[in-house]
Design a protein around this ligand. Structure first.
Ligand SMILES: [Zn+2]
Length: 465
């Protein structure tokens, strides 16, 4: 499947409900300063659920500020002024725009693929390698499609992995994101283990010296930052991880990696055997230097501990977590990007038991939500952590504040963004506000349950960018 053809320079249209109000000049005396939005509820990590709620937004030169956030009944008199326009969304809840802390927008053209858990992870990785876009124009079109699907899902911030087509470093995803309304981090992915480890360090080192400064200059003020993504513990030597952590620490760069994702990874790290070893041998990169750090019975998180301790990282998945592993993550101040639908797609719970995100939060780990790529999603026209919240809710997680925090504030923190931009409390400067439709009669009794039960895409109320 090819991505929808799209003019590379076409702007991302804002179909936000308040677009007209926002596009009026704040200096225009005839335009209104305030707008009021009445809804079935506000759902926010700071405020919890407020039913029969109203937000009053004020347009200022610095952006849109929340002037009131609470019940409609308690709305202060000045905001009852009939000259203030009112938007009524009686079947919707209002939420801050969402964060997707782990995704691969450059795979969006592939679309959802079915997967049998028995097929194994290595075979799946080969499918992705075969289908990955390799030329720069195609990569840009794929990322643009991913940006559109993210916006269609109410997502304003991403931790996006800029994959390495045929092992080549590419800046196209970072540059494409920079010209979009999204904010967050573009993590440059690379591999380096065994025979390929010395070359990986050389390449990243010369990239950081010769190319990254120019890229970072061009990203200034775009809302996108450049980061590094050593791929995973089964494709990156521990020595390379340590080197990357030190290099990133010295430059203040964010780092992300895949960790504790599959049983194949656990087997490889513990005993240097299994399909991951076979794959490295087939690729011709295996050499016995790998046995210096792998094959000693360690769990993947214990294996990565020396690098995690150097620089706090964003680690994706962690389907496989022991008590000791969770302690290591908490001590290292790592953030975990849990991707519920990706975990379900690969049947992670059948290998490792239910994901331990609640234990992680309890232990002080910053757990946020990611989607991974569209390949493992059940929503062919959007890429949104809202649908991951819905999955967790359907599995019985009714801790509303924690769920919302994982999809907003915690993700922002993990990406180095200001968590207060993902809040609807009074005086906040939200990066965006979305409205989520409530299913059925829940709107009157339990609007959050209605929004979680609904399958519909969110609508933008407004976007700051
Ligand atoms: Zn991933």
């Amino acid at each position: 499947m090819n991505p929808t053809p799209r003019d590379e320079h076409a702007p991302y249209d804002s179909d936000a409900l308040l677009h007209g109000w926002l596009s009026d000049s704040p200096q225009n005396p005839s335009s209104t300063r305030y707008v009021r939005v009445d809804a079935a509820a506000i759902a926010d990590a700071d405020l919890g659920i407020i039913q029969h709620a109203t937000l009053v937004l004020e347009r200022m030169e610095s952006g849109v500020v929340v002037s009131y956030s609470g019940t409609t009944q308690a709305l202060p008199d000045p905001f009852l002024d009939p000259s203030i326009p009112v938007l009524t969304l009686s079947h919707h809840i209002l939420m801050p725009a969402l964060v997707n802390a782990h995704t691969h927008l450059d795979l969006t053209h592939i679309g959802p693929l079915s997967h049998e858990p028995d097929d194994g992870f290595v075979q799946w990785v080969n499918t992705i390698r075969t289908n990955r876009a390799t030329d720069e124009d195609h990569i840009k079109r794929c990322v643009r499609l991913g940006i559109e699907y993210s916006l269609a899902g109410g997502v304003i911030a991403v931790g996006d992995i800029a994959g390495a087509p045929n092992g080549r470093l590419t800046e196209s995803p970072a540059r494409t994101l920079a010209s979009s309304p999204l904010m967050g981090v573009s993590y440059l992915e690379f591999f380096g283990i065994g025979k390929s480890a010395p070359r990986a360090v050389e390449r990243i080192s010369s990239y950081l010296r010769d190319h990254a400064p120019e890229l970072m200059r061009s990203l200034e003020a775009t809302g996108i930052r450049f980061g590094l993504q050593p791929h995973a513990t089964n494709t990156i030597d521990l020595g390379v991880y340590r080197w990357v952590a030190l290099a990133a620490k010295a430059r203040g760069l964010p780092v992300s990696t895949h960790l504790g994702e599959t049983p194949e990874e656990r087997e490889f790290i513990a005993s240097a055997s299994g399909p991951q070893r076979d794959m490295l041998e087939e690729l011709g990169v295996w050499d016995d230097s790998i046995l210096r750090s792998i094959g000693g019975g360690k769990h993947p998180i214990e294996h990565l501990e020396p690098a995690l301790k150097i620089h706090p990282m964003l680690v994706a998945h962690v389907n496989d977590a022991t008590d000791h592993g969770i302690e290591i993550l908490a001590e290292a101040r790592a953030s975990v990007a849990y991707c519920p639908r990706a975990s379900a797609y690969f049947g992670a719970a059948t290998h490792f038991g239910p994901h331990r995100y609640r234990d992680m939060v309890e232990a002080g780990v910053n757990v946020c939500l990611g989607t991974d790529s569209i390949v493992n999603l059940d929503t062919p026209d959007r890429i949104s952590t809202l649908d991951d919240m819905r999955l967790l809710w359907s599995q019985g997680d009714h801790d509303t504040i924690r769920l919302i925090a994982m999809g907003t504030r915690h993700g922002a923190f993990a990406l180095g963004l200001d968590p207060d931009r993902f809040s609807l409390k009074t005086d906040a400067h939200p990066a965006g506000i979305i409205a989520v439709e409530c299913a059925g009669s829940d709107v009157h009794t339990n609007p959050w349950a209605g929004a979680m039960r609904s399958k519909s895409a969110p609508t933008w109320v407004f976007r700051a960018t």
